[in-house]
Design a protein. Structure first.
Length: 446
C-alpha cells in the first residue's frame, strides 16, 4: 500500500527538525487519529532511503500542539511544507509578517485552550442560584441524618423598670450530637446528647449575683406501641454561685442541687404521649401542600440579599461548594407565614424588624445535600418591654449519614416520672404531697 504523501512530508519534516520517532508517533496516533500501521509504514519508507551527507536545510515549524495532524488533511494542509523559491526583500518582509502572525495566533490559541474553562461564559460550573435550588430540592427529601453542632449566645440587657431594675449579662454555650429520623411526622425518632453551660452576672440595686450552671444529659424519642416515648437521663449537673459569698441561702441552694443530682444522676426517666392532638391539628394532606409551597418559595431566593462564592473545599472526603449568604429574615418569615396561616395558627409577627442574618453553607457537589451551616459571630439589638437588649450569637451545625437508617433503642431500667417522685417519698396526688408543698411554700415566704 502506498504511503500518504502528506503524512510522509510531515514525518520527514519532524525528523529533520529533531523530533524523536516516539514523539511523532504519539502525536499522530493520539491527536491526529492516524493508525499505527500507517505511521510505521511511513517510518519504514523513510528509514529505507539513503541519507545524503549534506547539511540539513533550516526550517521554521509551528509547535506540535498547533499543527493539524488529522487523517482528513488535504494536499495543501500544513502537514506539507511547500517548496517555495527564495524571494527578494519584499518577499522576506512578507514572510516575516506571516511568521509573526502565526506566532501571535499560536499564543492566543494556547491561552484560549488552557484558560477557556475558567471563563464564566465557557464554564461548566453551575451558578450559585442553581446549586442552592438543587440543595432545597435535595434537602426536602431528607428524612434522617446524624448531626453535630455547637454555639454560643451572649445576652446583655439593661432594665430601668421596677421592680426589676438592673443589668444582666448571660452567656449560654451548647454542644450537641445525635441522630434523627423524621420520616414519620407523628412518630419521629431522636437520640440527642447535649452539654449546656450557662453563666453570667445579674445586678439589681446594690446586689450582684454571679455564677454558672453546667448540664450534661441525653434524651431519646421513639415510638412505643401507639405513643411517643420520651426518655431523659442526667449524666451530670453542677451549680456554682460565686457571688454573693457566705450567703446561707446560696449555700443551701448549692447543697440541695448537689443532693438532687446525686440521687437522679444516671437514672433514665421517661414519659409517654399520644399524637392524637397533633394528628387533629396537622392534616397530612395540608402538610404535603404546605411543604411544596414552602419549597417553591425557598427556591425563588428573593429573601436572599446577597450570595458570595467562596473557595470550594472538602469535608470528610466530600467535595463541596461553599457560599456566603445574607438572608432577609423579615421577608422570609412573612412569606412562610402567608403559606402556613391558611390552615394552622398564624406565626407571630415580630414586633420589631429582624436584622439580616449572615451565614455560610457547604453543599455537596454530587448529591446537593447541605452538609454544614455556619453562622458567624453577629450582634442583634432589640428592645423588649422597654429593656434594651443585645444578643451576640455564633453557631455551627454539621450533617452526615444523610438518609441512612437511624436506630434508637429504649434504655434499660428506665422509670416513670411518678416512680422518680415516689423514690423521693413524694406522690404528686397524695394529701401528704399537698401538705409538703404547702409547708415548702410557707417556708419560702418566711
Amino acid at each position: 500500500m502506498p504511503v500518504d504523501p502528506n503524512l510522509y512530508t510531515f514525518v520527514k519534516s519532524r525528523l529533520t527538525a529533531g523530533t524523536s520517532k516516539e514523539d511523532i508517533t504519539t502525536l499522530l496516533i493520539n491527536k491526529g487519529g492516524w493508525n499505527k500501521q500507517d505511521v510505521d509504514q511511513v517510518f519504514s519508507v523513510i528509514e529505507s532511503q539513503p541519507t545524503a551527507p549534506t547539511a540539513p536545510e533550516e526550517h521554521s515549524f509551528a509547535p506540535l500542539s498547533a499543527i493539524n495532524v488529522s487523517p482528513q488533511v488535504k494536499p495543501d494542509s500544513p502537514l506539507q511544507r511547500p517548496n517555495t523559491p527564495k524571494r527578494g526583500k519584499k518577499g522576506i518582509w512578507l514572510a516575516a509578517i506571516i511568521i509573526v502572525l502565526i506566532v501571535i495566533g499560536a499564543a492566543v490559541a494556547s491561552a484560549f485552550y488552557f484558560n477557556v474553562l475558567s471563563l464564566p461564559f465557557f464554564s461548566s460550573r453551575p451558578s450559585p442560584q442553581t446549586v442552592l435550588a438543587d440543595a432545597v430540592k435535595a434537602m426536602a427529601d431528607v428524612t434522617s441524618f446524624t448531626y453535630a453542632g455547637s454555639g454560643q449566645l451572649n445576652i446583655n440587657a439593661v432594665s430601668t423598670s421596677t421592680p426589676i431594675a438592673g443589668t444582666a449579662s448571660i452567656l449560654v454555650s451548647a454542644t450537641s450530637t445525635g441522630s434523627a429520623d423524621f420520616s414519620s411526622l407523628l412518630f419521629p425518632v431522636l437520640d440527642n446528647y447535649l452539654q449546656l453551660g450557662i453563666g453570667g452576672t445579674v445586678s439589681t440595686g446594690t446586689t450582684t449575683y454571679s455564677g454558672s450552671v453546667a448540664l450534661d444529659f441525653e434524651n431519646r424519642l421513639l415510638k412505643q406501641d401507639s405513643a411517643n416515648a420520651i426518655y431523659f437521663v442526667l449524666n451530670n449537673a453542677s451549680l456554682n454561685i460565686t457571688s454573693p459569698t457566705s450567703n446561707p441561702i446560696v449555700s443551701a441552694a448549692e447543697t440541695f442541687i448537689d443532693g438532687l443530682v446525686s440521687r437522679i444522676k444516671g437514672q433514665w426517666i421517661y414519659a409517654t404521649s399520644t399524637p392524637t392532638a397533633i394528628n387533629t391539628t396537622l392534616n397530612q394532606n395540608n402538610i404535603a401542600t404546605q411543604k411544596q409551597a414552602i419549597l417553591a418559595k425557598l427556591a425563588t431566593f428573593d429573601y436572599v440579599s446577597s450570595i458570595s462564592e467562596l473557595p470550594d473545599t472538602t469535608l470528610n472526603g466530600v467535595s463541596m461548594y461553599h457560599y456566603a449568604l445574607v438572608l432577609d429574615l423579615n421577608k422570609l418569615s412573612k412569606e412562610i407565614q402567608t403559606i402556613v396561616s391558611t390552615s394552622t395558627a398564624a406565626i407571630q409577627t415580630p414586633q420589631q424588624p429582624l436584622p439580616p442574618l449572615s451565614l455560610e453553607v457547604w453543599i455537596g457537589k454530587n448529591d446537593s445535600y447541605v452538609y454544614q451551616i455556619y453562622i458567624p459571630t453577629q450582634s442583634i439589638n432589640y428592645s423588649a418591654n422597654g429593656t434594651p437588649t443585645t444578643m451576640t450569637l455564633e453557631s455551627t451545625v454539621g450533617l452526615s449519614d444523610i438518609n441512612k437508617p437511624v436506630s434508637v433503642a429504649a434504655p434499660a431500667g428506665a422509670i416513670t416520672v411518678q416512680q422518680l417522685l415516689d423514690n423521693f417519698g413524694f406522690n404528686l396526688f397524695s394529701q401528704q404531697s399537698v401538705a409538703k408543698s404547702t409547708k415548702i411554700k410557707k417556708t419560702i415566704k418566711k
